[in-house]
Design a protein around this ligand. Sequence first.
Ligand SMILES: Nc1ncnc2c1ncn2[C@@H]1O[C@H](COP(=O)(O)OP(=O)(O)OP(=O)(O)O)[C@@H](O)[C@H]1O
Length: 142
Amino acid sequence: MSETVERTLILVKPDGVKRGQIGEVLRRIEAKGYRIIALQMREASADLLAEHYAEHTEKPFYADLVAYMSDGPVVAIVAEGERVVEGFRSLAGTTDPTSAAPGTIRGDLARDWGTGNIENVVHGSDAPESAAREIAIWFPEL
Ligand SMILES: Nc1ncnc2c1ncn2[C@@H]1O[C@H](COP(=O)(O)OP(=O)(O)OP(=O)(O)O)[C@@H](O)[C@H]1O
């Protein structure tokens, strides 16, 4: 890897898997020009989610977040490319799908379903340091 090549951890969350959006998310990652270097479908255990969402375990929405993220399999993806961490956040759009810009994954593929959860189809690491931490959690073999 050259010095500017980064990796990021992307999840297609259970709502995206259930709604048949795996292919569309992969298509957008590849259409942008990032390389998919690892991919797996799995159920996220409570322990894995506690590690992944370590910064949120004390938040009032944490129990609902775990219920949402455990409600079916997720697809974990490692993508690679120059500035891919920032680039995928830009493809994903803002956290709240109602206000996420059209053209983004969340803006185009998600909305508020009245469940009380923010169901927003994808996760993307928010910084190169979190990407390294999250990739080690989901893909310890990498
Ligand atoms: N106030 C909230 N109420 C309910 N769920 C929330 C709330 N804030 C965040 N979440 C859920 O927790 C996830 C992680 O929150 P975070 O603030 O890290 O958002 P994000 O960085 O946009 O999303 P992600 O980390 O999944 O890419 C969100 O994607 C959403 O599913």
